[in-house]
Ligand binder design. Structure first.
Ligand SMILES: NC(=O)C1=CN([C@@H]2O[C@H](COP(=O)(O)OP(=O)(O)OC[C@H]3O[C@@H](n4cnc5c(N)ncnc54)[C@H](O)[C@@H]3O)[C@@H](O)[C@H]2O)[C@@H](O)CC1
Ligand SMILES: [K+]
Length: 215
């Protein structure tokens, strides 16, 4: 597996790639979503007959909404559940939500029965997780873990501390995780394995060190 980085390094690399190098954030989000979609359709552990996309209102949720749209445009059955206050959504999340609305991707709410789905995509939190998980987020994570569906996590299983591999209140137990650019150090700790499952590392054009070497 390639080099692992801390969550702070990950956030700095994202910011450098966008603000200094000049690759637009929506380009990175589209590349991330496409890689995650490809990981999912090539992963025989997942049954994509019916997928529930869990989206937080940040960019992890934005990645998840790209996956929702790519699944729908390729003929898969998808529903989305957005958790958090839409008034505080990131700009890129809002853009992706509008695109999902164009495709009329059906929305469900907190009372949904998760056992109706074969796969759940976890896009609640990634590198932005900053405190213990509670409230609606904890409810949704616990429902996903208790359901018969298998989870595929985006970047970091929601609720897992990307630096220590510890659970911050509660955390998604994923069958597989698509981590963006580099694995985060906490995801490689022994105790994190039950939460990350199989890890895919997705190159989306964000590189540490010499970007021409892509290390
Ligand atoms: N454009 C970019 O910067 C890129 C972002 N990417 C994706 O974006 C993610 C990071 O996105 P964001 O920085 O928007 O953050 P997240 O989407 O991880 O989190 C969203 C927000 O949740 C809030 N939050 C944190 N802990 C919480 C808690 N316990 N309860 C309730 N709310 C809480 C914070 O205000 C945080 O900003 C990455 O993990 C990755 O999936 C990738 O697509 C690569 C490019
Ligand atoms: K996640």
């Amino acid at each position: 597996m390639t080099h692992a980085i801390t969550v702070e390094e990950s956030r700095q690399l994202d910011a450098k790639t966008i603000n200094e190098i000049g690759i637009p954030s929506l380009v990175l989000m589209e590349r991330a979503g496409l890689k995650i979609y490809e990981n999912m359709i090539s992963n025989n552990d997942l049954d994509l007959s019916s997928t529930l996309i869990l989206a937080g209102t940040g960019n992890n949720g934005g990645d998840a909404l790209v996956v929702a749209r790519l699944l729908v445009t390729h003929g898969y059955k998808v529903h989305t559940l957005t958790v958090g206050n839409p008034a505080h959504a990131s700009d890129d999340h809002v853009t992706q939500a509008k695109i999902c609305d164009y495709y009329q991707i059906p929305k469900v709410f907190l009372d949904e029965n998760f056992d109706k789905y074969t796969t759940i995509v976890d896009g609640l939190f990634g590198s932005g997780l900053s405190r213990n998980v509670g409230g609606d987020f904890a409810t949704v994570i616990d429902k996903a873990n208790a359901s018969t569906a298998k989870c595929h996590a985006i970047d970091i299983p929601s609720g897992l501390n990307g630096d220590t591999g510890e659970v911050m209140g509660t955390a998604i137990k994923a069958t597989s995780t698509s981590t963006v650019a580099y694995p985060k150090v906490g995801m490689l700790k022994d105790q994190a394995k039950a939460y990350t499952g199989r890890i895919f590392v997705d190159d989306i054009g964000i590189y540490r060190g010499n970007q021409f070497e892509g290390d």
